[in-house]
Design a protein. Structure first.
Length: 210
């Protein structure tokens, strides 16, 4: 009888607990399974997105090789708009920017490079976009703006490229001493690389009293 009473009490206790907590348990299970299923879906979705973006970019590369500029523009914009969270969107933006530079549309080229700066989380892409944008700004005649863009960041391992470009900008701004200093910094930072072009630029400046 004691055992029966204990079982009845346990059942009533379980009923009471379920009445008080059952809803939260069900919600917890649903949320838990939802997170698990959603997480798996998200992984699969991302993998699918990357695969589709990869296929699209592969076709874009073919278009580039065949000089189909209009196709590159159309496909590149499609990749940017539909696969913006993949590296292929960044690479497409670079491709479009180059075409725009070739067409003389420097404003449009800068817009695409700015998109990379605003959206890419990879530092190498950030540096590439910044260097190319500064080059475009220099072509527009905005040397001061190009310098300001390059001086806002820690160049790190890209220091030779930054300093070499600064040298070019200073030459365009008729500041040979600053150009010389920048080229020398680039040479020093890239002491184990191919510096023939840099050395030629430095030699063209002549001596400090020239």
């Amino acid at each position: 009888m004691v055992a029966l009473t204990t079982e009845e009490e346990q059942i009533e206790s379980i009923k009471k607990w379920w009445k008080e907590n059952g809803t939260s348990v069900v919600v917890g299970l649903v949320v838990g399974f939802g997170i698990l299923i959603g997480g798996n879906y998200w992984v699969q979705h991302n993998a699918s997105q990357r695969q589709n973006a990869s296929l699209e970019f592969s076709q874009l590369q073919d278009d580039l090789q065949q000089s189909r500029s209009d196709a590159v523009m159309t496909r590149g914009e499609h990749i940017i708009n539909h696969f913006s969270d993949t590296p292929y969107a960044v690479l497409s933006a670079f491709a479009i920017a180059k075409l725009k530079v070739d067409d003389g549309d420097l404003l449009a080229a800068r817009a695409r490079l700015q998109w990379v700066l605003d959206n890419s989380k990879q530092m190498e892409f950030q540096h590439m976009a910044r260097l190319r944008m500064a080059t475009v700004m220099l072509a527009e005649g905005n040397g001061d703006g190009a310098l300001a863009l390059l001086e806002t960041v820690d160049a790190g391992e890209y220091l030779p490229l930054y300093e070499a470009l600064k040298g070019d900008i200073y030459v365009a701004l008729s500041q040979p001493d600053n150009a010389r200093s920048a080229y020398e910094k680039a040479l020093k930072a890239n002491d184990k690389g191919d510096n023939n072009l840099l050395q030629m630029k430095l030699d063209d400046l002549g001596g400090e009293d020239a």
